[in-house]
Design a protein around this ligand. Structure first.
Ligand code: COA
Length: 205
């Protein structure tokens, strides 16, 4: 039986792998960009660097990580940390897009690299009311079994215990399955949400 446990430093590579394998609108993004490290370096690794205590993983029984939820309690503080501690290294590692791949993703490598170096993209209008945010990804074999709901419940409870009132997330508009999942859990659209950049929020309790 898979269990949910806290993130440990030795999970870092596995978290990056789960991110890569779910980063193309929920499907496998391996080979989509010239460097498979890009997606995890923008959407997973900064989170376990900044807030390992708000990262929870699915342990598949054999000690393998099959999914995660990664959270930050205070997005404004995370933006500050990212600007000083993460963006400079990211920009140095990825100064410009690599050669195009055969995939031609809608979310281009140029945009991904620009986002990776620009934490201000996370400063949404509703930050005061929804200060926390999260990313959640499960490998296909763990999807549809209630583990996503449990991961979100785990993170919401942790945030509530810290007095954080609400959280938000952004999602790929092409990821209709994830949207259905969030709506089923009670997330609602935020006022600054746009069709090309959906934003959802929920109270922590
Ligand atoms: C989206 C994701 C996190 C959902 O987690 P999950 O474990 O598969 O979802 P759960 O089994 O916990 O589902 C919880 C509820 O949402 C519903 N739900 C989940 N996916 C759904 C879908 N595609 N369509 C409709 N309802 C869905 C379930 O029916 C369930 O309802 P219930 O609790 O009332 O029975 C997971 O499938 C995933 O990681 N997908 C790939 C990566 C991804 O898209 N991440 C999100 C990026 S924004």
């Amino acid at each position: 039986m898979p269990t949910i446990r806290r993130y440990r430093p030795e999970d870092r590579d596995a978290v990056a792998e789960v991110c890569l394998r779910t980063a193309a609108g929920g499907g496998d993004a391996t080979g989509v960009y010239s460097d498979d490290a890009l997606m995890p370096e923008v959407y997973a690794l900064p989170y376990v660097g900044y807030a390992p205590d708000l990262a929870f993983v699915i342990d598949d029984d054999g000690g393998r990580v099959g999914g995660y939820v990664l959270g930050v309690a205070d997005t404004a503080d995370f933006i500050d940390w990212y600007a000083h501690e993460w963006a400079p290294g990211f920009r140095a590692r990825h100064p410009s897009p690599g050669p195009p791949t055969a995939h031609r993703p809608a979310y281009t490598e140029a945009q991904l690299i620009a986002d990776g170096g620009d934490p201000e993209r996370m400063r949404i209008a509703e930050l005061d009311a929804y200060p926390a945010h999260l990313h959640i990804d499960l490998l296909p074999e763990h999807q549809g079994k209630g583990l996503g709901r449990r991961l979100i419940d785990t993170l919401r409870a942790q945030l509530a215990d810290r007095g954080v009132p609400a959280l938000h997330l952004g999602l790929d508009p092409a990821n209709t399955g994830a949207r259905a999942f969030y709506e089923r859990l009670g997330f609602h659209e935020l006022p600054s949400s746009r069709p090309d950049a959906p934003l959802l929020g929920i109270a922590t309790r």
